[in-house]
Design a protein around this ligand. Structure first.
Ligand code: ADP
Ligand code: ZN
Length: 657
């Protein structure tokens, strides 16, 4: 039996409104009234008050003191067998929403997950917390499989992770039939939608489970925000009167910066040096760029490797593992480095160029700071990026019947991204706005605009006029490179042969590096003062707006390309308050050792938030160790002593006893 009545009551009592998803309901995302939610969602299975049990389980297994927004509601839906869809940004804490219900309800639930690596990491992570879980996938050998099957048959686990293709097979379904499974969580549920970015046809067939197991509730989870994908999930999975919970898409712990690109190698190196020995992902457009930048960083003594779809699967796996075990700091990658990155302490995501949509940007920056601690997201932007993407899109659409029509929707996405890059609005606000959520904080304190790092050029108008006038004087027949050469006073064959060293604009901007002048020209293109002709050898021409600037009839604001030094944010300062950094580094080394010995990602041992807390309170007994954030019973037993020893030795060395 489904328990819809108690939920209907809950909906009325909290004033939820329909969000246009037919039967779906939208839950607002204020901190949850945990007690009332759980009381109202009592599922009739004999548990009068789940709140204490949930809190106790979360503390015992994971060592967390509180639930995050929406987790309580999502857990309650799971316990009550109410179909649900949870949309939360990456790092929002979706996993806990399906991990807790089977513990409270004394059940064994299924989880569908699209990637073997995701499954393995989840199970490893759960086992490390003492949570009984198993998985079944094609990468297991016969003995491992037998062992897992036995555990499942004995109902010795709370969660069983399976791949979608297995779950839809008749054989598997007959096998699980006698187990009486009552709930299934569909992770990365956007894979069901053509409109998502990782469409998986097998996901489409998951709805067949509804016919075979009519008593089983379905709980879908995704980070993809668009209403179209949400709609698709509800329809395709045939969710029945689901409760739809949409979290806030803003990630307050991310600091966004969008900086004019002048010298990308230099700029990337500077940022990487700002984060010594921390995890960083650098995103590039092409494979070649990933290799060049990785080699450049390695040449400066930084542990960096490239990652792209053209590499051998074995090499990709090696890189990914080294990164997750903290043996590698920087991965320079194309978009191919995506789902399955499990390192929760990525402290910086750098975009060497503009991504092709805001959705991509959100996904990629979403890999930063999953542990909730501060992380920096910096994008090096030039208006040239737009044209580059446009060319790439056109090339890939060449074979289609109507290339213009094919790329039209992609150009719209591209323009949205470009508007955010060239605009001067708070980045948090602009992103929230794009995803249809209001952002009410007047000063986010965590973006380049609000922190006052975006400065206009003091003599922007004059500089713009110099550039525009140069384009006109050269006859509007040349591309960006040549105009830069004239303005910076280059002595090239081409300059001499055209007699351009005689122009009055020759060497007018010779006090600026040529890459800076180039960036300024692209800014003028962005503002519509200059136009670039289409084709392989685009030339610059003055637009009517540009002519007005030249005549002094229109103002133009150029952004200072030489960005001031990045500031530290209040958030960052607070999260390090009282933390002994030297001890923190020691504890990281202990973590690295344990992770390597056990061949697991470092975060499975402990997250950064746990190590910072430990390096702050410096526990000197196991009891004190248990009070550290993120240490549950099992992890205390498994790792407590090793970390306690490290703290003790450190305290001795510093005569703190
Ligand atoms: P998602 O699947 O939504 O991307 P995860 O479930 O992986 O996010 O959770 C992200 C991080 O947040 C993990 O490190 C997890 O342990 C942590 N986390 C989840 N819930 C809580 C909580 N209630 N309190 C503290 N940390 C939490
Ligand atoms: Zn801001």
């Amino acid at each position: 039996m489904r328990h819809t009545e108690s939920l209907a009551l809950h909906e009325r009592s909290t004033g939820r409104r329909c969000d246009g998803l037919g039967s779906g309901r939208l839950v607002k995302t204020q901190p949850s009234p945990l007690r009332s939610t759980l009381r109202l969602m009592r599922d009739g299975e004999g548990q009068p008050d789940h709140q204490t049990q949930v809190a106790e389980a979360v503390q015992r297994y994971w060592g967390f003191d509180a639930l995050r927004p929406l987790q309580a509601e999502a857990i309650a839906a799971g316990i009550a067998h109410r179909d649900s869809l949870v949309v939360m940004p990456t790092g929002g804490g979706k996993s806990l929403c399906y991990q807790v219900p089977p513990v409270i309800a004394g059940r064994m639930d299924l989880v569908v997950s699209p990637l073997i690596s995701l499954m393995k990491d989840q199970v490893d992570g759960l086992l490390a917390c003492g949570y009984p879980a198993a998985c079944l996938h094609s990468g297991m050998d016969a003995a491992e499989r037998r062992d897992a099957e036995r555990q499942i048959r004995d109902k010795a686990c709370r969660l069983v992770f399976v791949a979608p293709e297995r779950l839809i097979s008749e054989q598997f379904q007959s096998w699980i039939e006698p187990l009486g499974i009552r709930a299934i969580a569909v992770d990365e549920a956007h894979c069901i939608s053509h409109w998502g970015h990782d469409f998986r046809p097998e996901y489409r067939r998951l709805a067949e489970l509804r016919d075979r197991f009519p008593d089983m509730s379905m709980h879908a989870f995704t980070a993809t925000a668009t209403p179209r994908v949400r709609d698709d999930i509800v329809t395709q999975l045939r969710l029945e009167n689901p409760v739809v919970m949409v979290g806030r898409f803003d990630r307050p712990n991310l600091v966004y910066r969008i900086v004019p690109r002048t010298d990308v190698s230099r700029q990337v190196l500077d940022v990487v040096r700002r984060h010594p020995r921390e995890a960083i992902i650098v995103y590039c457009i092409t494979r070649k760029e990933t290799e060049t930048l990785a080699a450049m960083l390695a040449g400066h003594g930084i542990q960096a490797a490239s990652y792209h779809a053209g590499m051998e699967p074995h090499d990709r796996k090696t890189t990914q593992e080294a990164f997750s075990q903290e043996r590698l700091d920087v991965v320079v990658a194309t978009v191919a480095f995506g789902m399955g990155i499990d390192r929760s302490n990525v402290r910086c995501v750098i975009h060497a160029a503009m991504p092709k949509s805001v959705e991509h940007y959100q996904q990629e920056t979403g890999r930063a700071g999953r542990d909730g601690l501060e992380a920096e997201c910096i994008l090096f932007y030039s208006a040239a990026d737009f044209m580059r993407w446009e060319n790439l899109l056109r090339k890939s659409a060449q074979e289609t019947d109507d290339p213009d029509e094919t790329i039209a929707p992609q150009l719209v996405l591209l323009r949205h991204m470009q508007r955010i890059c060239s605009g001067l609005r708070c980045r948090h606000e602009a992103l929230s706005d794009y995803f249809g959520q209001p952002y009410d904080t007047p000063d986010c304190g965590a973006c380049d605009v609000c922190m006052g790092e975006v400065t206009g050029m003091t003599d922007g108008m004059v500089t713009a006029q110099k550039i525009l006038s140069c384009v006109v004087r050269a006859g509007q027949r040349f591309g960006v490179g040549h105009i830069v050469d004239i303005l910076t006073g280059a002595n090239t064959e081409q300059i001499r042969s055209f007699g351009h060293d005689e122009l009055s604009t020759y060497s007018l901007l010779d006090d600026m590096p040529s890459k800076v002048v180039q960036n300024l020209i692209y800014q003028l293109v962005d503002h519509g003062m200059l136009e670039r002709t289409p084709g392989d050898r685009p030339i610059l021409q003055l637009s009517s707006k540009g002519a007005e600037v030249l005549r002094g009839e229109r103002d133009v604001r150029l952004r200072e390309p030489m960005a001031p030094k990045a500031k530290r944010t209040v958030h960052d300062t607070q999260s390090w308050e009282g933390v002994d950094r030297e001890l923190f580094e020691r504890l990281r080394a202990v973590r690295r050792d344990i992770a390597r010995k056990r061949s697991v990602p470092a975060y499975i041992v402990f997250g950064d938030a746990t190590l910072r807390h430990m390096a702050q309170i410096k526990p000197d007994t196991l009891d004190a160790m248990r009070t550290v954030h993120g240490i549950g019973d099992r992890k205390l037993a498994a790792f407590g002593q090793a970390f306690l020893d490290a703290v003790t030795i450190y305290l001795h060395e510093h005569n703190a006893f």
